[in-house]
Design a protein around this ligand. Structure first.
Ligand SMILES: [Zn+2]
Length: 95
């Protein structure tokens, strides 16, 4: 099965986005949720503190909503050496 991913801010945000129930349905069908930060900002453009927040908060929120989260996908594929070090703490996957 495939992995799906969404910045937590966008879950059920409006009718153009999938609802929480729809995402949970995918998971129940065997899809895997990967963390994708809170707001889809390109990580290298943030301070390390901000990057750490959008990573940890998105993971926390997804778990709170009922997802199993083992992976991470970089928004826009953006990373640098500092971000790689940071994402290692979250057991994370490159886009
Ligand atoms: Zn993306």
């Amino acid at each position: 099965m495939a992995t799906f991913t969404v910045p937590t801010k966008f879950i059920g945000m409006d009718s153009a986005h999938m609802s929480l129930a729809q995402f949970l349905q995918l998971q129940s069908e065997g899809w895997k949720m990967a963390s994708h930060t809170v707001n889809h900002l390109n990580l290298p453009t943030l301070t390390l503190e901000e990057a750490d927040f959008v990573l940890s908060e998105s993971r926390r929120k997804l778990i709170e909503l009922g997802f199993k989260v083992d992976n991470f996908v970089h928004p826009n594929g953006g990373y640098n050496n500092d971000i790689i070090k940071l994402t290692k703490n979250y057991r994370l996957l490159m886009e």
